[in-house]
Design a protein around this ligand. Structure first.
Ligand SMILES: [Zn+2]
Length: 190
């Protein structure tokens, strides 16, 4: 995971810095998100797109109610497209968020083998895309970037919803003021 480049426009840069420094996401004290995420796992096992969509919509609705924002729209699509990146790397697209229509798209099958996405990947994608929605709807940033703060808020939400302990993320500085996660230190916890 690599953070985005800083925007050039100073008005956007101010929001980028705010997003980067915003490291803490308020979470419910009870396990209501875990309870709402549970049906997503069983719906993926059934591989029925309609029930995956329903369970995902209810989960996102619960998140939106907690953060007091409008619920995003959700579309669950079949096989993921392949996206070609610089250097010829082809990565699978897991999901995306459209700010204009406030909608999240997630793919429930892998691009090549057309297998149903694992629950962990699917839930993490929903949490990631929902955090883009929060950037715009809750924090009112003028855009939504993958900053260190963004990845930390996303990880906190995912671990809370999955019922797994959150790890502290450690970062390594990269050229042009970008950052990537130091997985060795993150997994060791120090
Ligand atoms: Zn993203």
């Amino acid at each position: 995971m690599l953070t985005d480049r800083e925007p050039r426009k100073s008005a956007l840069l101010a929001d980028f810095v705010k997003s980067d420094q915003n490291r803490i996401l308020t979470l419910p004290e009870d396990n209501c998100f875990v309870a709402m995420a549970g049906p997503i796992e069983s719906s993926l096992e059934s591989a029925a797109a309609a029930s995956v969509r329903l369970a995902s919509g209810e989960f996102l609705g619960a998140l939106a109610a907690f953060y007091q924002v409008e619920p995003p729209l959700i579309r669950v699509l079949a096989a993921r497209p392949l996206r070609t990146r610089e250097g010829g790397w082809s990565t699978e697209l897991f999901g995306d968020y459209d700010r204009e229509s406030k909608s999240i798209r997630v793919w429930m099958r892998t691009a090549v083998q057309k297998r149903v996405t694992s629950y962990g990947t699917f839930l993490s994608t929903l949490c990631h895309e929902f955090c883009h929605h929060l950037d715009v709807q809750l924090w009112r940033y003028h855009d939504t970037w993958h900053t260190r703060g963004f990845y930390e808020r996303t990880a906190a939400l995912y671990h809370h919803a999955r019922g797994t302990p959150a790890k502290r993320l450690f970062w390594i500085g990269m050229p042009r003021r970008r950052w990537r996660i130091d997985w060795l230190r993150t997994n060791r916890g120090f």
